[in-house]
Write a protein that binds this ligand. Structure first.
Ligand SMILES: NC(=O)C1=CN([C@@H]2O[C@H](COP(=O)(O)OP(=O)(O)OC[C@H]3O[C@@H](n4cnc5c(N)ncnc54)[C@H](O)[C@@H]3O)[C@@H](O)[C@H]2O)C=CC1
Ligand SMILES: Nc1nc(=O)c2c([nH]1)NC[C@@H]1CN(c3ccc(C(=O)N[C@@H](CCC(=O)O)C(=O)O)cc3)CN21
Length: 288
């Protein structure tokens, strides 16, 4: 199912994001977690492509498995990192042949050890160019793009960042999935700015449940997401207690997601980090 139909047929479309594990043991563990997660009938499952600058293989095969073995629509992430236009087009040919219908089009993170993003010779510099390249492919892929409620780290201002988001949507994106955030006010402001900029496609909040404070701190610093002081204080108080961190993190996410839904969010995109426990609790709470 393509993204436009996902959102037209579902007033609140929950999606789950996974990343390809690095080992066969990781693959098996992910299959167990996916089995649990799909019981909640997520609208689709997405799989990253070199998240945080790691490997790009196996995104397509995981998407095929999501469709065939887990019976859910899939979205394959795709980035400009390290590829020429020709190589990007070859990947699109493979994705089309594999039955991929939805693509999350991203510029991508700089590879590990590199400070800033560098396009390769004959490659692309910005995600709007990737959206255009996908649109120019003969297969009619549906396209997701990233949006930044707290501004992308490299953008000089919210206004410039919004103009860049508009470029991606005008190039043909069907939905915007946001960077993770912990303060809903930032999301609601961002949604209003999108509307003011004439962006009419669904704006879906991206939520990462906190289960391990140290890891989340690493990730938020990479994303430019502000961590609420009061929440940090509560988590610091239980630094050595994994269960207590989980309880606090999941409780916070339940409140955050409930408020998003009650205030008209079109869905929630969960950065599940290949685990099911937190999302399961949140989805149970949302189902009431
Ligand atoms: N789920 C995921 O896998 C997610 C990944 N990311 C990562 O975030 C990073 C950025 O990716 P995108 O948002 O796709 O990149 P992007 O190309 O849309 O934006 C990157 C930066 O360039 C600026 N920019 C964009 N288009 C421009 C243009 N035409 N001219 C001048 N400046 C322009 C933006 O304001 C931003 O600061 C990547 O590292 C991506 O992998 C972000 C969110 C979610
Ligand atoms: N800038 C950016 N890049 C991304 O890839 C990305 C975002 N933002 N925002 C939303 C999600 C979050 N993503 C993530 C974030 C962390 C890991 C992760 O597993 N991190 C490891 C370290 C990575 C490694 O060394 O391989 C960790 O231990 O936290 C995976 C996906 C993918 N997405």
């Amino acid at each position: 199912m393509r993204l436009p139909e996902v959102f037209s047929s579902n007033p609140f479309a929950v999606s789950i994001e996974i990343f390809p594990p690095k080992t066969p043991e990781g693959d098996d563990a992910l299959r167990k977690h996916l089995k649990t997660l799909v019981q909640h009938q997520p609208a689709f499952v997405s799989c990253t492509y070199g998240a945080g600058g790691s490997t790009q293989d196996r995104t397509v095969s995981w998407c095929q498995e999501i469709k065939s073995d887990f019976d859910r629509p899939a979205m394959a992430h795709f980035t400009c990192v390290g590829s020429t236009r020709d190589q990007l087009n070859e990947w699109l040919d493979q994705a089309a042949a594999a039955g991929i219908e939805n693509i999350m089009a991203l510029r991508g993170d700089p590879p590990k050890g590199e400070e800033s993003f560098q396009a390769v010779d004959g490659g692309l510099q910005y995600a709007n160019q990737l959206v255009q390249l996908i649109q120019d492919h003969p297969k009619d892929f549906a396209i997701g793009v990233a949006g930044y409620p707290e501004k992308h780290l490299e953008a000089p201002s919210m206004e410039v960042d919004m103009a860049n988001l508009k470029r991606k949507v005008d190039a043909g994106a069907d939905a915007v999935f946001t960077q993770l955030f912990f303060d809903n006010d930032n999301f609601f402001r961002f949604r209003d700015s999108c509307a003011a900029a004439g962006i009419t496609v669904p704006i879906v909040p991206g939520i990462m449940p906190i289960t391990d404070f140290a890891r989340i701190k690493r990730i938020t610093s990479m994303c430019g997401t502000v961590f609420p002081e009061a929440l940090a204080t509560r988590l610091e108080a239980v630094q050595d207690d994994a269960d207590a961190q989980f309880e606090i993190g999941v409780g916070y996410a339940i409140e955050q997601c409930t408020a998003l839904r009650d205030n008209g969010a079109r869905g929630i995109h969960f950065y599940a980090l290949n685990k099911s426990q937190a999302c399961q609790k949140i989805l149970e709470a949302l189902a009431g």
